[in-house]
Design a protein around this ligand. Structure first.
Ligand code: SF4
Length: 320
């Protein structure tokens, strides 16, 4: 695998790597941006990289990595630019681990970190490559130790949960047995209307939210709750009442509300975000509805000046 290019955003880098067969994959390293109160708005709306630089969280506290798990993706989600790339199958465990090693080696100044959150979710659906993904997750300590770094890892499995991949119980079992619960499982939901969900996932046959809640409620979950991700889009239902009726509770679940980023595929599919940098109060209104029902909720944000290139598959499109 060779690094073909590195692109810089105010809070991190995107690595463009070429595999032996010529396919291009992306991996990233970013720093978190402190987003409290007024600073939050300042960071979100600014077009000035210096504003981001002023509020970067130190590497020692938190470092955010993502790696690809497949060459493209077999799914055709309307909100994701990876969907438009050709699909050429799974990455090997070695190819996944090489992306991690590359990021670490290219960051010699990060000797120690209390939280290195790594999403196996840049390009590809990890559920279809679960053996290699869990294999790489298991080796994280070995990888950082062999590079002489002192990292506390937080692996993150983000999935639409394709029904036939049958990985939900397996990932939870791995979370509890190998990581003592300290693994972040995020399920892509996006709507509480299952027919709309299916459409958004390009027709993919995925576990319903009701099924996910039913399965998780029967399993012991420690440390990190399971996160249900909702990219909040205009005209797309996100019903707190429906989720409550399914048995969603704060002991097992957290909800994450995410603005839709402006990239090619969502634009072609005429999807529009409910909130962006300037009208964030609309997401906050929804957040308050969840809180009123005792469901823990976090709201994600993207800074305006990082929108170009930050989303999965945006740059690989250009290189491929
Ligand atoms: S969101 Fe995930 S599953 Fe859907 S196309 Fe993108 S990478 Fe594939």
């Amino acid at each position: 695998m060779e690094t073909k290019d590195v692109l810089y955003l105010p809070s991190g880098r995107i690595f463009i790597q070429r595999l032996c067969d010529g396919y291009i994959i992306e991996s990233t390293e970013m720093r978190d941006v402190a987003v409290d109160g007024k600073l939050h708005m300042e960071v979100r709306e600014s077009q000035n990289p210096q504003t981001i630089w002023k509020h970067l969280v130190p590497y020692e506290k938190k470092w955010l990595l993502t790696v690809s798990t497949q060459k493209g993706c077999m799914h055709n989600c309307q909100f994701c630019d990876v969907a438009t790339l050709p699909f050429k199958g799974n990455l090997t465990q070695k190819e996944i681990e090489e992306q991690i090693e590359n990021i670490i080696i290219c960051s010699p100044y990060v000797a120690k970190s209390d939280k290195v959150k790594i999403g196996f979710a840049r390009m590809g659906e990890p559920a279809w490559n679960v053996d290699n993904v869990l294999g790489a997750m298991k080796n994280l300590n070995d990888i950082s130790n062999s590079c002489g770094r002192d990292f506390k890892w937080l692996p993150c499995f983000n999935s639409i949960l394709p029904r036939k991949a049958e990985c939900l119980s397996r990932v939870i079992d791995f979370k509890e047995s190998i990581y003592n619960g300290r693994l972040h499982l995020q399920v892509s939901c996006n709507s509480t209307d299952e027919s709309v969900r299916k459409e958004l996932f390009g027709g993919a046959d995925v576990l319903t939210i009701d099924e996910v809640v039913g399965i998780v409620n029967k399993i012991n979950i420690t440390s990190r709750t399971i996160t249900l991700n909702f990219i909040v889009m205009q005209g797309v239902e996100v019903s707190v009442d429906k989720l409550k009726a399914m048995g969603l509770n704060g002991n097992k679940f957290t909800v994450k509300l995410i603005p839709l980023n402006k990239t090619n595929n969502p634009e072609n599919n005429k999807l529009n975000t409910v909130a962006n940098y300037s009208n964030y109060e609309k997401l906050i209104e929804l957040k308050e509805k969840f809180e009123a029902n005792n469901i823990p909720v976090v709201v994600d944000a993207i800074a305006k000046c990082e929108e170009a290139g930050l989303c999965c598959g945006q740059l690989a499109q250009i290189y491929l």
